[in-house]
Write a protein that binds this ligand. Sequence first.
Ligand SMILES: C[S@@+](CC[C@H](N)C(=O)[O-])C[C@H]1O[C@@H](n2cnc3c(N)ncnc32)[C@H](O)[C@@H]1O
Length: 191
Amino acid sequence: MANLITKTTELAMTVTLSYVRKGDVAVDATCGGGYDTAALARAVGPEGRVYAFDIQKKALIMTESRLRSHGISNVRLIRESFVSMSSHIAENSAAAVVFNLGYLPGGDHSITTTAETTAEGLEAALRTIRPGGIVTVVMYDGHEAGAEEKKMVLEWAEALDQSRYHAAYVSMINQEKNPPEILWITKKGRE
Ligand SMILES: C[S@@+](CC[C@H](N)C(=O)[O-])C[C@H]1O[C@@H](n2cnc3c(N)ncnc32)[C@H](O)[C@@H]1O
């Protein structure tokens, strides 16, 4: 296995996929280049479904192309903000909702997630996951909006009711250049 703690996005996805089974529903809240969407789609298999959101046409085109080149067809691509996920996916139904915050690498850096929309999206994600499901958030604080967003996300997570949710936070504490950090939240209770 790869040296997982050195690869934040792989670590985030490896833990996420341990909550996902064949036939499940999963959500990629920010599909970007489609890497996370493809990983979720493989995990749920042809009998499952992934809902992939992004506000940028470019991201949806990139994701669609990645999925096509891997022969993946169990994904619904939605050009909307993740704040509207509740109008597409039933409450308490998804095994996982994944947020990879920030801007599209190689794209327009001004099109980025913000503290305000992310706060709303995370509340929607908590409603969307089933008991036993997971919300995964990969955060970047190397840019101004990202630092503000990360602060908000962590304050929000710290205040979650521990009788309903379990939150865990990973930071690569000795690494320079602001590597991404991970937050996971699981919803307690039986499926
Ligand atoms: C870091 S990239 C995601 C990378 C992606 N997960 C992957 O595997 O390639 C962040 C994406 O979030 C998108 N985004 C920004 N605000 C959004 C919002 N409110 N709803 C959905 N997507 C959003 C951006 O357009 C960008 O493509």
